[in-house]
Ligand binder design. Structure first.
Ligand code: ATP
Ligand code: MG
Ligand code: MG
Ligand code: MG
Length: 491
């Protein structure tokens, strides 16, 4: 029950439109003219010149005072990278929609807080005693004072002192990337349980209390030398995750149990050989299936949106990230969900069905997206089979005793068979095995410094040559020109 996701989205936009905000379309997820970004990671990205005061005078952009939109965001690289959480938890997606509202030198903190509170409690009908509010508690090292002004505004609005919590730079000083506009922020969190004090669960990575809305008070620019300079205007930049808000309003802890995802999960079930999605998280066998459902549903949305906006799986930058996302999705489809070839691409129409009314490019580009996914699948499937057998053989070999999976085999999977390193981690984690990370780091740095590594001979220490030949692990593959700098930070 509750509002549908499209009602939730349109209620937000209408609320701000009727308060003088101009509705602006979502920018494509491929950033335009900002080399500091791999993907658009927040609604404010397209307004950065306006916040910095560098928008061309008399342009459409420069004339904006108040704006609102629903922005396609991808957090899979750079400062905002959530890929390691995707599938494991219920609230971090690699692609999500951010409902945003802005004041560019117009109103500031008080009006922003009041509007947010009114929308949540009166329009969406969320009970105020389920909400907690965090604010910036100051940071003496950077000479930044606590944001008492915001605390007082919330007190006046009627938030009890026990629900008003100060946090440090990490949580309550928002920054877009290594540089750019930034400022103290105040966030609204929802307590799914209610009935007891949950203040200690705010910002504690606990599924019962979830961050929903961030109100950033843009006051500074982080310069190249990392110093903070005051911005020409005091601006407000807010962002609320649509999927999280919808889960709150549809009465579930999980963004996946909302109408944004259930059609996709159902379609995956129809096409796979496993029981329906049950929503479990954890380490047990059945939970692995549920995680695969989430990874595949999340990743096919991200792939669809990215390809529609012109980012294709490739060998560097954002394109390399997308290639990893594609390969992860394919592996979970094939090996965990045991779905036939072509399944991932066959989910694209369902993505278009759930999001295409808002982002029509998904309808327009659906065939092309499916082709790109099928192409990637054709390239990866045989390597995937060989790699999985290589992992099994290595796990069964008697040389493997010390509890750590040999780095040389991981490197060979990566270098010769095109396995994303984090995918190998995930595959081994399912078996309760850890990679020899120190050894792996050594191999990565050796390859970066260009020296011949003799990795092949190290793999031979683990498996016999005959075994390797039987698994048809190629010795070199010059076609794989990886960007090593990106490999190192593993996304
Ligand atoms: P979290 O602490 O949960 O990682 P965040 O503080 O990194 O979130 P912000 O940068 O403040 O997120 O973004 C504003 C809002 O966007 C968040 O309050 C949340 O509702 C939503 N959001 C952020 N990251 C994600 C994600 N990976 N998936 C879905 N929604 C997200
Ligand atoms: Mg985050
Ligand atoms: Mg946060
Ligand atoms: Mg936040």
């Amino acid at each position: 029950p509750g509002l549908s996701s499209s009602q939730v989205r349109s209620t937000f936009l209408e609320f701000f439109r009727s308060r003088g905000h101009q509705l602006v379309p979502s920018a494509p997820v491929r950033p335009r003219g900002d080399p500091s970004l791999l993907f658009v990671n927040a609604g404010m990205n397209q307004f950065k010149p306006l916040l910095l005061g560098t928008a061309p005078p008399r342009s459409m952009l420069a004339s904006l005072r108040r704006a609102a939109n629903s922005q396609k965001c991808v957090r899979a690289g750079g400062k905002h990278n959530d890929l390691q959480d995707v599938g494991r938890d219920l609230t971090h997606l690699s692609f999500f929609e951010m409902l945003g509202s802005w004041s560019f030198g117009d109103y500031f903190k008080e009006e922003a807080c009041r509007m947010a509170w009114t929308l949540l409690t009166e329009y969406y009908g969320i009970s105020a005693d389920r909400l907690y509010v965090s604010y910036f508690g100051g940071n003496p090292e950077s000479g930044l004072p606590a944001d008492e002004e915001t605390r007082n505004i919330w007190l006046e609005i009627g938030v009890p002192p026990a629900r008003l919590l100060p946090f440090d730079m990490k949580q309550n000083f928002w920054e877009m990337g290594p540089g750019g506009p930034c400022g103290p922020c105040s966030e609204i969190h929802y307590d799914h349980l209610g009935g007891r004090d949950a203040a200690h669960l705010v910002n504690a990575d606990c599924p019962e209390v979830v961050e929903v809305w961030n109100l950033v008070f843009m006051q500074y620019n982080r310069e190249a030398d990392l110093c903070l300079q005051p911005l020409p205007l005091l601006s407000v930049d807010t962002g609320m995750g649509l999927e999280r808000l919808v889960s709150v309003l549809q009465g579930t802890l999980s963004t996946y149990n909302t109408d944004l995802f259930t059609p996709l999960l159902e379609e995956i079930h129809q096409r796979s050989a496993v029981p329906p999605y049950r929503g479990r998280t954890g380490a047990a066998d059945g939970d692995r299936t549920d995680m695969a459902y989430r990874v595949v549903a999340d990743h096919v949305r991200t792939l669809s949106v990215c390809v529609a906006d012109g980012v294709h799986p490739g060998m560097s930058g954002a394109e390399l990230v997308l290639r990893r996302i594609l390969r992860r999705a394919l592996r979970f489809c094939v090996e965990v969900l045991r779905a036939p070839q072509g399944t991932l691409a066959a989910l694209v129409p369902t993505v278009a069905h759930t999001l295409g009314d808002v982002y029509p490019e998904l309808h327009r580009e659906a065939d092309r997206i499916a082709d790109v996914i099928n192409d990637g699948e054709a390239h990866f499937l045989s390597s995937l089979q060989r790699g999985s057998r290589l992992i099994l053989r290595t796990l069964n070999t008697k040389n493997y005793k010390d509890g750590f999976f040999p780095a040389s085999v991981v490197w060979s999977l990566h270098r010769n068979l095109g396995f994303p390193l984090d995918l190998v981690d995930l595959m081994l984690e399912e078996r309760g095995v850890q990679v020899d990370q120190d050894g792996l780091q050594r191999l990565i740095s050796e390859s970066q410094s260009g020296g011949q590594t003799g990795v092949q001979s190290q793999v031979l220490d683990v498996l016999s040559l005959a075994e390797l030949q039987r698994l048809r692990v190629p010795h070199t593959d010059d076609s794989l020109k990886y960007q090593y700098s990106l490999q190192r930070d593993r996304y």
